[in-house]
Design a protein around this ligand. Structure first.
Ligand SMILES: O=C([O-])C(=O)C[C@H](O)[C@@H](O)C(=O)[O-]
Ligand SMILES: [Mg+2]
Length: 440
């Protein structure tokens, strides 16, 4: 019998070029537990081009260390078949080692390297595989369970200002949501006004407030003000990003039981989350305590949350996120999606994943309304009644706008930011302000 060696069967397109482009996109002065958003949010755009000239793209949070690691991974990746995603992952793990839980850091966002690198390469490869096979990425993840993916309004306390070069200034000619996006929101009434403007523009049918900014009483009052304004049919969530003490979370968690869909990361760490979860009826969600596959055994053993807010940038890509969805199904966890300031390539990937998930019981998070820049051809995605239509074109269904990419890269060069750090930005407004992992 003539057994053909396995490797000769690998006929897929091979990676010929990898381009890593850091960009800076205008971001308003949004407040959070870690401080204040800088006038620009950093993203990195990755493009792979195959030996037969097919391009695949992806977007990840910007961080110069991760960009450098991506540059260093080029010799490991050039020449590889884009279909061999498990092999690509293994080669990267062998070279960089596995991320550790400690590398995630205390901030609301994740600082691990491998997950970001693999996410960027995997999504770009899936974009190429989709183009080669003529199928949208959702079909490579198991197929489309829905035609549109629902997102939630994502409210922020904020200072007045538009971000970018305007930083804390405002454009007096702005209208509608563009005007609301630059308005201040520092008390419950202004948060309600922000929610009304955002929901009117995008049609969102669920609302999340980024908390951990003010003393809890004020944030809880804002949630009751939202409930009063929107009524019982609009699901509400609040996310103090783990800044509350256990007793604070239990006290306010109980008070908000009648009005919350879920309470997101009230306290820090799986053990504290499990304690709060036993004491209140509202489901708990997390993108901070159960953030990797290594965290799952303890999550299940002690019951730290009801809902995991996955993020393909932090869980190592779209296929890992589908694996996570299977684990959630097995162990009775809900699954939804976390976000960070992002553009349309990330949104497209989130929408394909959201369309492939067996269940989407909770509208997903997105920061997209806060961004005004775009890096894809054809401009920005639109939302209908808070949902985004799943692209039907092969691959991700979005194409790089090379002029926009060049302009946003120029922003990156000029703004001088290299990685996200909200503490020094906050100190510009409140000298001496310090991040505290647990505050109230
Ligand atoms: O749900 C979350 O924790 C986030 O969305 C984390 C983000 O970093 C958020 O706090 C932000 O953009 O300031
Ligand atoms: Mg969160």
């Amino acid at each position: 019998m003539n057994l053909t060696p396995r490797f000769s069967l690998r006929t897929g397109p091979r990676i010929k070029e990898i381009t890593v482009t850091p960009i800076a996109v205008v971001d308003p002065p949004l407040l959070n537990a870690a401080g204040l958003h800088a006038p620009y949010a950093l993203r990195t755009i990755v493009e792979l081009v195959t030996d037969d000239g097919i391009s695949g793209i992806s977007e990840i949070p910007g961080n110069s260390d991760i960009d450098a690691a991506l540059e260093a991974s080029k010799p490991l990746l050039i020449g590889r078949d884009v279909f061999q995603l498990s092999e690509i992952r293994q080669v990267l793990v062998d070279h960089f080692g596995k991320d550790t839980a400690a590398q995630r850091g205390d901030a609301p966002w994740d600082q691990r390297k491998m997950v970001h690198i693999f996410s960027s390469i995997e999504v770009a490869c899936l974009d190429i595989i989709g183009k080669v096979t003529g199928r949208p990425v959702v079909d490579l993840l198991g197929g489309k369970m829905r035609d549109r993916v629902p997102f939630s309004a994502y409210l922020f306390y904020k200072y007045e200002g538009a971000g970018g070069k305007l930083a804390f200034d405002i454009d007096p000619n702005a209208q509608g949501w563009a005007a609301a996006r630059q308005a201040s929101a520092l008390n419950p009434a202004e948060i309600v006004a922000q929610a009304q403007a955002m929901c009117a523009e995008f049609g969102f049918q669920s609302i999340k407030l980024k908390g951990g900014v003010f003393e809890p009483r004020q944030e809880v009052d804002a949630m009751f003000a939202l409930y009063e304004a929107f009524g019982p049919n609009v699901p509400l969530r609040v996310d103090p990003n783990a800044l509350w003490k256990v007793e604070t979370a239990i006290q306010y968690g109980r008070e908000m039981e009648p009005i919350l869909e879920y309470l997101e990361d009230p306290v820090r760490g799986q053990a504290a989350m499990a304690e709060v979860r036993k004491a209140i009826k509202t489901p708990l969600a997390t993108n901070m305590c159960t953030t990797s596959f290594e965290d799952i055994p303890t999550s299940i053993a002690i019951g730290s949350e009801d809902i995991i807010l996955s993020d393909h940038h932090f869980w190592g890509g779209l296929r890992s996120s589908m694996t996570l969805s299977g684990i959630c199904e097995t162990f009775g966890r809900g699954l939804s999606m976390h976000s960070n300031s992002h553009l349309g390539i990330s949104l497209a990937a989130m929408v394909h994943l959201g369309a492939a998930l067996p269940q989407v019981p909770y509208a997903l998070d997105t920061h997209y309304p806060w961004q005004s820049d775009e890096v894809i051809v054809g401009g920005r995605f639109t939302f209908e009644e808070g949902s985004v239509l799943v692209p039907q074109e092969p691959g991700l269904g979005v194409e790089l706008d090379r002029d926009a990419l060049a302009a946003l890269h120029q922003n990156y060069l000029e703004c001088g930011l290299k990685k996200r750090d909200d503490e020094p930005e906050m100190q510009k407004k409140q000298p001496g302000w310090k991040f505290q992992a647990v505050r109230w």
